[in-house]
Design a protein around this ligand. Structure first.
Ligand code: KMH
Ligand code: ZN
Length: 309
């Protein structure tokens, strides 16, 4: 059997990092659009997108903040747009799914369990902050419960079902795979499902190869041939774990949402720089990178002509 091509997802801005942490983190409409387009040109076939307030960079789930960049990305690239339903991490599921439903994207994230999702240790690294909201947002994440109950997941799945959106099932620990299996068994999601093994978030499973093998073996046991998979590792593990995932036949996610760095201690200049780096590694190791249409075929997506932006 021909070796599977690697799909690169780029998560362009997220809702964890803040403008103080890196000048490269895009938060204005213009910068999110420009960096997403550049990441697609560098080889990302899926763009995982959050929105932010254009002036302050605060995470936003207001569809108006997406309207300002989605059409520009669609016009300039053929990449699959994947809209987050995750964040801002403290909002209700009803608010979080509005952008995906409004724009009827080809893909959106679906977080598969509730957890202590925290990044409060980052608050100690900075003495001064660019914007007032940042310090408390980061420091207070030690009190966060990132809520994704079975009822929340059902509500998101049922609301989004008419849109024929493929989910990026974010699984932050082994138990989340069992949650996903339960949801499959009660008919919430259609095969092939797409699992994002999320590693190295405080509150979730650590980023190492033993854990990845365990996650993968567990998914094999639960889903057989009915799933495709990718790895996202936070911070310094991002590129090493992505390279490992690709060698294991999986797909990869990079981007400034998950790590601000290009190598140990060195901030990345852009999302595209991370995409170019993982692309280079994947190709040098003998695996081809999938085009957007190849990603659509692999994941069974509805097509870029059936979105609402
Ligand atoms: N920042 C990632 C660890 C989402 O957008 O739904 C989690 C994430 C959540 O991507
Ligand atoms: Zn995200």
């Amino acid at each position: 059997m021909a070796r599977q091509k690697t799909v690169i997802t780029c998560a362009v801005t997220g809702a964890i990092h803040t403008p103080t942490m890196s000048d490269a983190l895009p938060y204005t409409y213009d910068d999110i659009a420009a960096q997403a387009i550049e990441a697609a040109e560098a080889g990302a076939s899926i763009l995982h997108l959050h929105a932010r307030n254009n002036e302050t960079g605060a995470p936003s789930v207001d569809p108006a903040d997406f309207t300002a960049f989605l059409p520009r990305i669609k016009q300039a690239t053929d990449a699959v747009v994947n809209i987050s339903t995750g964040g801002s991490l403290t909002l209700s599921i009803q608010d979080r799914i509005k952008p995906a439903a409004t724009f009827s994207a080809e893909m959106c994230s679906m977080n598969m369990g509730s957890m202590n999702f925290s990044f409060h240790p980052l608050a100690k690294r900075y003495d001064t902050w660019k914007f007032d909201w940042e310090k408390d947002y980061v420091a207070n994440s030690d009190g966060n419960i990132f809520r994704n109950t079975f009822r929340d997941i059902r509500e998101a799945a049922e609301t989004l079902a008419p849109h024929d959106i493929k989910f990026e099932h974010e699984c932050y620990d082994v138990g989340h795979l069992y949650n996903l299996k339960f949801c499959m068994d009660v008919g919430l999601f259609k095969a092939p499902i797409f699992i994002q093994f999320v590693m190295g978030i405080l509150g979730g499973i650590g980023a190492d190869i033993d854990n990845l093998v365990f996650m993968k073996k567990t998914a094999d046991k639960l889903f057989g041939d009915d799933y495709r998979w990718s790895v996202l590792a936070a911070g310094a593990s991002q590129i090493p774990m992505a390279a490992t995932a690709s060698q294991m036949g999986g797909n990869v996610r990079v981007g400034l949402e998950d790590s601000l760095f290009i190598s140990r201690g060195k901030l990345a200049e852009s999302n595209a720089q991370q995409v170019a780096k993982i692309r280079r590694i994947v190709e040098e190791l003998g695996t081809e990178v999938a085009t957007p249409d190849e990603a659509r075929e692999l994941l069974g997506l509805k097509g870029g002509d059936r979105v609402n932006f």
